[in-house]
Structures are given as C-alpha cells and as structure tokens.
Design a protein around this ligand. Structure first.
Ligand code: GDP
Length: 303
C-alpha cells in the first residue's frame, strides 16, 4: 500500500504509458519494442539496463510465443524484478546489525538529498523494533545541520550527541560511540557532511570518521548507507559512483521517490553499481521510510 501511494507519480507516467502502448499495438512486434524502449529510458531506467531488459523480453516473447500485447504487462513486471535481483537471492536486504553490542550505521551523501530526514525516520523504525538508538551529529559543516538533527532527536525521542559547528566530525563520532556504549545503546546513527564542492576534503574527512569507528568497534561500521535523491535522476547515479569509489558503500537509501515520475532510477542504480537499494523514502513523514522490495515496487507500479 505504501509503495502504491508513494509511487503514484511514476505509476501515472510509466505504467499509464505502458497501458497506452498495449492498447495501441495489439501484437507484439518491433515497433512495440521500440516504443517500450523509449518509455523505459524516459523513466530513468538507464540505457544499459533497458537494453538488457528489451533483450530478455524479446527472448521471453519467443519462448512463450506471445503474440497478444495484453500479456506483456505481466512479462515486463516479471523481467524487471528478475533483472533487479540478477544472480542474488530475492531476500529483502535488511540492515546487518551486531546482535550483541553496539552497531554503528554511517550515513553519507550530498547536502539536500534527505540524509537528516532519513536518520530521523530510521531512528523511529529501529525504536519500533525495540532498539535503543543514539544519533551523532557528524555534519559539523553545514549551517543548521546540527539543529536539524536535534529536532529529529526530539521528535523521535532519542539522544543526539553533538559538538559545535565547525568542529572535527571524527571527534563527534568518537563521543557518539562512547556515549552510546555507556548508555548500553543498540544502534548509533551517524550523520556526516555532504559538501561535494570539495570532494577531496570530504572524502578525507569520511575516511577519518571511518577509521575512528573501526578502531573503537571491531567490525564497525556495520552499514555505510549512501543517501541519494531520486528526483535528481542520472545525477544520483554519478554521485553514487563518486562515493562508492572512495568509501565502502554497503547500501543505498533512495529518497523522494514520491516526488518523481522517473522511479526507474532504482533499476539503474542497482544494475550499474551493483549496490543494493535497502530503503526508499516515500514522503517527508517519519513513517515514510520503506525497506525496499523489488516485487512490491514493480507490482506497485502496475497496481
Ligand atoms: P540533508 O541535507 O541531506 O540532511 O537533507 P534533509 O534531510 O534536510 O532533506 C532535504 C529536504 O528533503 C527536506 O525538506 C525533507 O523534508 C525532504 N525529504 C527528505 N526525504 C524525503 C522523501 O522521501 N520524500 C519527500 N517528498 N521529501 C523528502
């Protein structure tokens, strides 16, 4: 239901175009595939992924000897899900947390993508699972970032560890870890800075933060989640490339899917980077963070 609601823009654009296509071409022929290709590309599915998908679809049409285009919606859905998962099994990729002791989750991403909001939503989600959560305000660079995280901390009622603006993020994270340990907390969620104007400094800062976490807790960070804004389309893809080149990204949170008609970007990210999309943001409310599931996503599109 959540997916259905949050994906309404993509559904209204992508799925309705596919419906029109099916109505226009009764039979599945070369022209049908050409138009389908355009629809997929305009939904930001990504050229390489579209090519793979079209090839798969053509083979499937041959194999099942499909003539009638009305059967194609089901086949397209199936193949989208298959291509999304590739060789991996179709488990929903939940967080890899430390079962006994503190887990640390690092959030990285460019300013404005929805990092702080995602941390707030995630804190609530983990609390609902019975976990004790602490937040660390590691974005000491952007004006207002610390206050914004504090507001989320108050909203979801979890402690926020902070220093003043401009201070060393690694020191904040260090304090966050000590404080979380002394409280016996289960999960520490770490915000980080997201200025990409100075890429080298940012990446150095992130690796220093990571070193502190690794030193304090063996095996941590348990997750490094890259937050990307779905409404930025191919730009999100290039941000993902930049971050994954310099830091070990274990999963992606794709925010603002509710704000775009081009939800196909999920497919492009997964296939071109081979990093799992673990969560999607489907709105601004605290409850609008969903564990990503390609079945629910694809079937939500056509529902
Ligand atoms: P940060 O700079 O990365 O920390 O970004 P923020 O968390 O401040 O978010 C930037 C804006 O995006 C805010 O207005 C959020 O309410 C909004 N936002 C974040 N996630 C979502 C989402 O999933 N859907 C929508 N519609 N808005 C979102």
């Amino acid at each position: 239901e959540k997916f259905k609601e949050g994906l309404s823009k993509t559904r209204n654009s992508f799925a309705s175009k596919v419906n029109d296509l099916v109505a226009k071409y009764r039979t599945v022929d070369e022209e049908f595939f050409e138009e389908l290709e355009e629809i997929l590309i305009s939904a930001d599915v990504g050229v390489n992924t579209v090519m793979d998908l079209i090839d798969e679809l053509k083979m499937e049409v041959k194999r099942q000897n499909i003539k009638d285009s009305s059967k194609m919606k089901e086949v397209i859905s199936q193949k989208l899900v298959e291509i999304y998962y590739g060789d991996d099994d179709e488990e929903i990729e939940e967080l890899q947390l430390n079962e006994d002791g503190l887990s640390v989750i690092l959030f990285v991403g460019v300013n404005g993508v929805g990092k702080t909001t995602t941390i707030g939503k995630m804190a609530q989600r983990l609390k609902d699972q019975g976990k004790n959560v602490v937040l660390a305000a590691g974005d000491t660079f952007r004006a207002g970032a610390i206050e914004q995280l504090e507001i989320w901390g108050q909203r979801v009622n979890v402690p926020v560890i902070k220093h003043s603006e401009g201070s060393d993020p690694a020191a904040v994270i260090y304090d966050g870890i000590q404080s979380a340990k002394s409280k016996g907390a289960d999960v520490l969620l770490c915000d980080t800075a997201g200025r990409l104007q100075n890429k080298v400094n940012l990446m150095n800062e992130l690796s220093k933060v990571k070193r502190v976490i690794e030193r304090e807790i063996p095996g941590a960070p348990h997750e490094s989640l890259l937050v990307l804004d779905a409404t930025t389309g191919q730009n999100a893809l290039s941000q993902a490339k930049t971050f994954s080149e310099s830091t070990n990204v274990s999963g992606i949170v794709l925010t603002k899917l509710d704000g775009t008609a081009k939800g196909g970007i999920v497919m492009a990210i997964r296939n071109e980077l081979d990093i799992p999309v673990k969560y999607v943001g489907l709105g601004e409310k605290v409850t609008d963070l969903q564990a990503f599931d390609a079945h629910a996503f694809v079937y939500g599109l056509f529902a």
